[in-house]
Ligand binder design. Structure first.
Ligand SMILES: [Zn+2]
Length: 142
């Protein structure tokens, strides 16, 4: 019996709420808007805890820019992660917040004011044994 041809490596999002475009500049985050009360969420939803509705939910393309709500400079990480780095929560104009890393600035509190304007970008962060690439979103100073 002939062996099945190996599938061509794919480019995959690291999280399900990141949609990949033809180029990394076209990537964007997805949100959901409750059709009953209008509450926004990051990623897909099946239930709205605010109004106890099961939808329908409207898919919304989230903005690629926001403001740093809070952050922490992480000095100790797992062996394959370079430290120090900035772990942050970024508020988006749609009224949702995303967990992310901030890059493009030295991880020192004097460089990172709360409310700092940031812009999203995406890049390859990992590859599996089959050669599939994984794309993550991050933010950098706008
Ligand atoms: Zn709702």
């Amino acid at each position: 019996m002939a062996e099945a041809a190996a599938a061509a490596p794919e480019i995959r999002p690291l999280v399900p709420y990141l949609t990949l475009g033809e180029t990394r500049e076209q990537d964007y985050l997805n949100g959901s808007k409750c059709g009953n009360c209008g509450t926004m969420y990051v990623g897909p939803r099946l239930f709205c805890p605010k109004c106890s509705s099961d939808g329908p939910f409207e898919s919304v393309r989230l903005s690629d820019h926001g403001e740093v709500y809070v952050y922490s400079v992480i000095h100790q990480a797992t062996p394959y992660v370079k430290a120090p780095y900035i772990a942050a929560i970024v508020d988006l104009p749609e009224g949702v917040a995303v967990n992310t890393n901030i890059e493009g600035v030295e991880p020192d509190p004097k460089n990172i004011p709360f409310g700092m304007k940031v812009k999203m970008f995406t890049e390859k962060v990992s590859e599996d044994r089959e050669g599939n690439s994984y794309i993550a979103y991050k933010f950098k100073p706008a």
